[in-house]
Design a protein around this ligand. Sequence first.
Ligand code: GUN
Ligand code: ZN
Length: 439
Amino acid sequence: MQRAYRASLLWFAEPDSGPEGIRFEEDGLLVVGPDVHGQQVVQAIGSWHALSAQYSRLAVEHLPGRIIAPGFVDMHVHFPQTHVIGSPAAGLLPWLENYTFPEEQRFADPAYAADAATFFVDELLRNGVTTALAFATSHSSSVDALFAQARARHMRLITGLCLMDRHAPAALLNQPGQGTSAAEQSILESEALIQRWHGQDRLGYAITPRFAPTSTDAQLRGAGELAARYPDVWIQSHVAENKDEIAWARELFPKSSSYLATYADFGLLRERSVYAHCIHFDDADRALMRESGAVAAISPTSNLFLGSGFFDYAGADRVGFGYGLASDVGGGTSFSPFHTMLAAYYVGREGHTKTGLSLTPRQLWWQHTAGAARALGLDGVVGNLLPGCEADFIVLNPQATPLLARKTALCASLDELLFSFIVLGDDRAVERTVIAGAQ
Ligand code: GUN
Ligand code: ZN
């Protein structure tokens, strides 16, 4: 069935131009309908004036004063850390030990995991996030719980079993099987999950070593071998977030030339590998990212909250590796892409005095939509509303709050409008989230 919407429209009409390809149509028409596989995709987008005659037989839903925009893409978020948001700690390692590991242990209970998965997916959608690359816990049942919830909503979601076979509470480590070590068993379970879920509906699997310090050499080697056998699955992990973490990783893997290089040494840097944070890099690390095709999930609310540091946008652009934005809940403080974009703006400003960099609102928006999709290898699939893209979109209300209404009424340019949402927006501005064309 085809559906048509008349509203203001925001999309990237020329994605090869990056953020500068952004387009805003004050009075637009969006038509969605099935493609040859029955998937709901965008069939047409443009001005009402240009398109309405062609689609005159369709009943049009008119949304005056509303803006239809691509659903947001969250490149790194932890589904079992919803309750961990706002847990204060001196830094990453005590935060993991005192709050995160104890909470993740609760996911051994499938009922707890199922309830958390329902809330988590609801929260993503309420905030306008329609695609996410998410960590689960080290329990296979937590992966099943999240995939099942996402499939029930027909949502595009990528997740995987958290691999950790040392340096965490025993109850949170991957368990050995009958005649197999914990490392071997965790890889067998990951492969079983790939076969059960990867490519089902809109779901994807990510091989998920938590970070190098919580895996043995054997587990990282097994993960790299698995990744080589399944080149179209994703890889996700953390790197170079915090100075103490880096010192620990260097101590544990002294033969590698850097913390990032540890992952390369085990076959875990390639296309479709997504590394959260990537803060404390040198140019050799940046070049390794670029050459391997690995990308960064920039997590600014988390980095500010945990005092981890500031992603170096100028360094990334100088060397030329890919990146996009992420909430990193629960190190991150919000599910809202608006909050994440605002924090990214602050982070970009931090480098301003050194580099003259100041991110524009269209760059921020790109990094959380089409740019993030591109970094995930999902260019032209999600994060945009070009014809052929899957029909995931949000309806924004510029009058959602009294202040937003005042501010947006005064906007004289697209950048001012985008900035109003970035600075003043939150879940209240997202009036509706449409997944695969369904209301
Ligand atoms: N490094 C290893 N595990 C984690 C985690 O759960 N959150 C963050 N921010 N960094 C990590
Ligand atoms: Zn994380």
